[in-house]
Design a protein around this ligand. Structure first.
Ligand code: PA5
Length: 470
């Protein structure tokens, strides 16, 4: 699929979403694809112009050599000083780090012995559940912990409350020296976190201008904490750069990101508004979670059409192979045919286990002996693909040669560009999130922030009657 260099590159197989295999009612025809192909040069030119004008800065993150060097220098200076990296952030400030960490470090990173682990333990705190947060701050030695507070706006209630709690704990044990245990990643100029960081003397990194949270994993938002725990972030960017080269053309059938978006869009229009992502890899499980946010916040929008409001956006669903074969696949095959499936296959796992032969003649185990666990995983994925296709459920497969920084960089970038193209097809603003902002404002009002009294009154006016609560 990607034609640059000799390195391991992703493949995108869309055979099973075509009418030839799932029938004309549920599959796409070449004419469907031709329709989007005809629009592609114009959309590609629009995206290229926006990029050239600096309006799509996430597209250039793979090439930020100076920022990468600054991050690596900072990480080197911290080597051996911290036992824990604690990320304080939510949404786009957290999900990318979780996704890449799950994919690129040891599956039980935090349990690996100190001497063998490639960096400090990682805790990404993306909630304000007091039980969970109290458990963390009570458990870790805050003196040996680096708190990375990440907020583009510098005012998200969840992140700021976590930060205030951690700062107070740090000050209690370290006094004024505590600032060495905090790194702030925030907007270059806007928001309240940057002046606080300057006043307190924290090291800072920028969330680049115009890069929204859900497109920020390849900026310092993801790169700094990931580099701290030993992820090869230069390879992550190299993978993204390779995918960028593959996504520059304006021929729909040769541009994997545009093709992926076109398929999703055409199925959305064809009465399949549910989009399931199902990696057959535990390591890629959180990529599906990251993508769920990217897809939902970018594409779930109100669109004005002829003065009328239309509510658009496919619903992303995360799933996991093989685990969800025993939980969701019954619905996927026999429930409403309103879904398009993206399976993610891994060609070569880093490790494999031979399944021993035993209980000769016992039909429940005999056929397994002599195979490997990777073979079983692959057979299960192919079995699901077959079962979905047989019941006329359109599905595509992205094949990752092996899970590592280079391929994960490709995958993230592919899905980001796919989202940009899908937004163009849907005719919405891919990069704003007014629906999230309303909830943030309401939280400020309910927590008594000055300036939000009008929102407080609106909340009161929308309250139902007490006798409708049982
Ligand atoms: O993608 C987004 O823009 C959001 O999910 C934000 O990342 C999230 O709301 C957190 O915002 P902030 O980084 O401003 O604290």
């Amino acid at each position: 699929m990607v034609k640059t260099g000799q390195e391991a590159l992703l493949k995108f197989d869309y055979n099973n979403c075509l009418a030839e295999l799932v029938g004309p009612e549920h599959g796409l025809s070449q004419a469907d694809l031709d329709e989007v192909a005809a629009r592609t040069p114009e959309i590609a030119a629009r995206l290229a112009a926006a990029r050239a004008a600096g309006k799509l800065p996430y597209r250039d993150l793979p090439y930020q050599a100076a920022q990468l060097a600054a991050i690596q220098k900072s990480v080197r200076a911290k080597k051996g000083k911290y036992a824990n990296v604690v990320v304080l952030g939510i949404g786009g400030s957290a999900l990318g780090t979780i996704a890449v960490a799950s994919a690129c470090v040891h599956p039980f990173h935090n349990l690996v012995a100190d001497k063998k682990r490639k960096g400090p333990r990682l805790f990404v705190m993306d909630n304000v559940d007091p039980d969970q947060f109290a458990a963390l701050v009570d458990m870790i030695d805050v003196k040996k912990s680096l708190f990375v507070v990440i907020s583009k706006s510098g005012e998200t209630a969840e992140t700021m409350s976590q930060f205030l709690i951690c700062r107070a704990r740090l000050m209690r044990v370290l006094g004024k020296k505590y600032a060495a245990n905090v790194v702030a990643i925030t907007d270059t100029a806007k928001g309240y976190l940057r002046p606080i960081a300057a006043q307190e003397g924290y090291e800072t990194f920028p969330v680049p201008d115009g890069v929204g949270g859900r497109f920020s994993v390849l900026s310092p938002v993801g790169l700094f904490p990931l580099a701290m725990i030993g992820v090869k972030v230069d390879r992550l960017l190299a993978g993204a750069a390779a995918m960028d080269q593959a996504c520059l053309g304006d021929n729909l059938r040769e541009n994997p990101a545009f093709l992926g978006a076109a398929i999703q869009y055409l199925f959305y229009r064809k009465g399949k508004p549910m989009s399931v992502m199902m990696p057959y890899s535990q390591a890629l499980r959180d990529v599906a979670d990251w993508y769920r946010q990217l897809w939902a916040e970018s594409l779930g929008k109100i669109r004005l059409s002829g003065g009328r409001e239309e509510f658009v956006g496919p619903t992303p669903i995360k799933s996991l192979g093989v685990t969800d074969q025993h939980s969701q696949v019954q619905l996927y095959r026999e429930g409403p045919n309103d879904k398009v499936f993206t399976l993610i296959a891994v060609e070569k796992f880093a490790k494999d286990l031979a399944i021993p032969r035993a209980f000769k003649g016992s039909p429940g185990t005999d056929y397994l002996g002599g195979h490997t666990m990777a073979e079983l995983m692959d057979a299960e994925r192919r079995a699901t693909t077959f079962a979905l296709t047989k019941s006329r459920r359109p599905n595509v497969t992205i094949t990752v040669p092996a899970v590592n920084e280079f391929t994960v960089g490709q995958l993230l970038y592919l899905l980001e560009v796919q989202t940009s193209f899908a937004g163009e097809l849907l005719g919405i603003d891919t990069y704003n999130q007014p629906g999230v902002e309303e909830g943030k404002k309401a939280t400020f009002a309910l927590m008594g922030r000055a300036g939000y009294e009008e929102t407080q009154r609106e909340i009161e006016s929308l309250k139902g009657a007490a006798d409708n609560i049982v």
